[in-house]
Design a binder for this molecule. Structure first.
Ligand code: NAD
Ligand code: ZN
Ligand code: ZN
Length: 400
């Protein structure tokens, strides 16, 4: 089969690789009909996540049709249409039974690598380094899905791939980011980053009762989408001083909660931007956290800073004094996707939510390298790219 493989910094290639096979009784094989490129993939593409090996198959946002199931998968059968959550979770361990699926303690066979980095290991993740399990990802014609009796959610009606695909990651991620803010009626929430995760965080903050959401980025098309499709007020950090603007917009008190939907490759002008770039180049700092620094400083006293943005290692000049002296709460995590798929699917089914608005480009899997470059550089006003691995082939089975 064909798959999009990692070869190094700024080097991904669509190649022929062996077809996936059922290895364990709880596995399923899915024929991927749609998969997407995520901001998290850029951290791999830019070489910031260790333990990627040449030839690793990328992709953790995917859906498709079940073509084969292992003997212990009783809830799925060939022909079922499913969306697959990005954390691989057994459903039975200490963490899974507490709905903390991205912390599953059974799904990372390379836990020792992650323990070196983080102290303890999170769950395995599709297409996201050997430290997180070394699983082949879903930017491919087919994928092996472990614990298929737990993770994948069946899509029983005729909703388009574009409407349900993002249940695999970014929609639950934006939702959990907002839920972590413990929003109360009347709250003002600030969101750094108007990529797909930021946009879904804005939408979710309103769904959870926020009165105002203030969104921060520098790309006009992303700020426009935050305003026009999500109802946020926006700040272009190249035009205004974000700290001053947020204070002014909140009568000096600061936002009730702040969401960092930027993560480890934050961009900044001036001295701070240069500081992080140099430290990162010299390997004195692994992550660039300008958004997190601002979020911690801008948040009102007693507020919450929610961090869906991925950080991988070690951050410098993080104002932890703001956390203590302003009595802030910090919440974060890889998303416990399985917890949110069903309730969010219901919102899509009843028409309350249509996540497909973020899709700006649909490409064939062969165009994945071009897609990565376009998404990295935010060219062609690109916000979210969907890849179709079988675009040029007839469906295995007529849709019904
Ligand atoms: P993206 O690259 O499309 O969006 C990031 C946005 O941040 C860009 O629009 C960029 O202009 C903006 N930005 C950069 N520096 C900024 C700054 N200083 N202030 C304000 N905005 C700034 O990526 P995405 O797909 O939206 O993902 C965002 C983050 O969420 C990534 O770190 C990704 O890894 C992470 N993520 C986490 C999870 C999870 O489970 N926690 C899941 C999916 C994605
Ligand atoms: Zn993702
Ligand atoms: Zn588990």
């Amino acid at each position: 089969m064909k798959a999009n493989c990692w070869y190094g910094s700024h080097d991904v290639r669509v190649e022929e690789v062996p077809d996936p096979k059922i290895l364990n009784p709880r596995d399923a094989i899915v024929r991927v009909t749609a998969t997407a490129i995520c901001g998290s993939d850029l951290h791999l593409y830019n070489g910031f996540i260790p333990t990627m090996y040449q030839g690793d198959v990328l992709g953790h946002e995917f859906m498709g049709e079940v073509v084969e199931v292992g003997p212990s998968v009783n809830n799925l059968k060939p022909g079922d249409r499913v969306v697959v959550p990005f954390p691989i979770s057994c459903g039975r361990c200490f963490f899974c039974t507490r709905q903390l699926f991205s912390l599953c303690e059974n799904s990372n066979p390379n836990a020792w690598m992650a323990e070196k980095m983080f102290g303890h290991s999170p769950a395995g993740i599709f297409g996201y380094s050997h430290m997180l399990g070394g699983y082949a990802g879903g930017q491919a014609e087919y994928a092996r899905v472990p614990y298929a009796d737990v993770g994948p959610i069946k899509i029983a009606n005729g909703l388009s791939d574009e409407k349900v695909l993002f249940l695999s990651d970014i929609l639950p991620t934006g939702y959990m980011a907002a839920e972590n803010c413990d929003i109360e009626p009347g709250d003002t929430i600030a969101v750094w980053g108007c990529g797909p995760v930021g946009l879904f965080a804005i939408k979710s903050a309103f769904m959870l009762g926020a009165e105002r959401v203030i969104a921060i980025d520098r790309f006009p098309e992303r700020l426009r989408m935050a305003r026009e499709s999500c109802g946020a007020e926006t700040l272009d950090y190249e035009q205004v001083d974000v700290m001053v603007a947020l204070a002014e917009l909140t009568a000096g008190r600061g936002p009730d909660a702040c969401i960092d939907a930027v993560g480890l490759e934050g961009h900044a002008h001036g001295a701070w931007g240069a500081y992080d770039k140099v430290k990162q180049l010299l390997r004195l700092e692994s992550d660039r956290p300008p958004a997190l620094r601002q979020a911690l400083r801008a948040c009102r006293n007693g507020g919450t800073v929610s961090v869906p943005g991925v950080y991988g290692g070690f951050l410098d000049k993080v104002p932890f004094g703001s956390v203590v002296n302003k009595a802030l709460t910090i919440k974060s995590g890889q998303t416990h996707v399985q917890r949110y798929m069903r309730p969010l699917l219901e919102k899509i089914e009843n028409g309350e939510l249509d996540p497909s608005f973020v899709v700006t480009h649909t490409l064939s899997l062969d165009d994945a390298p071009r897609g990565f470059e376009m998404f990295l550089k935010k060219q062609e006003e690109c916000i979210k790219i969907v890849l179709k691995p079988h675009a040029d082939k007839p469906a295995v089975r007529a849709a019904n």
